[in-house]
Write a protein that binds this ligand. Structure first.
Ligand SMILES: [Zn+2]
Length: 91
């Protein structure tokens, strides 16, 4: 019973995708690969914290305004590619 509960609770904190790794970090936000990558890039580029969650709204914002933060950043191209992917989610 308890085990089943933990498994269903393991969802990405940003996009609610089911996560394959366990409940080791219970109580902490957990993210899927794309969301973790997104947050890491946004953080590196100094994007405001309110825009760092991997939501389609934030990704669309980044596609319009992100260059201000990231035009000189070596990961700009990566971030744009990922933003397009995240923006196509329906959340
Ligand atoms: Zn996610």
């Amino acid at each position: 019973m308890e085990e089943k509960k933990l498994k269903t609770a393991a969802l990405c904190s940003d996009c609610a995708a089911p996560l394959h790794y366990g409940a080791k970090m219970a109580g902490q936000p957990r993210f899927c690969g794309d969301c973790r990558h997104w947050r890491m890039l946004m953080n590196k580029m100094g994007v405001p914290e309110a825009r760092q969650a991997a939501t389609s709204t934030n990704a669309r914002w980044f596609l319009r305004n992100g260059w201000v933060y990231s035009k000189n950043h070596p990961s700009f191209h990566d971030a744009q590619t990922l933003a397009k992917k995240v923006a196509s989610r329906n959340d």
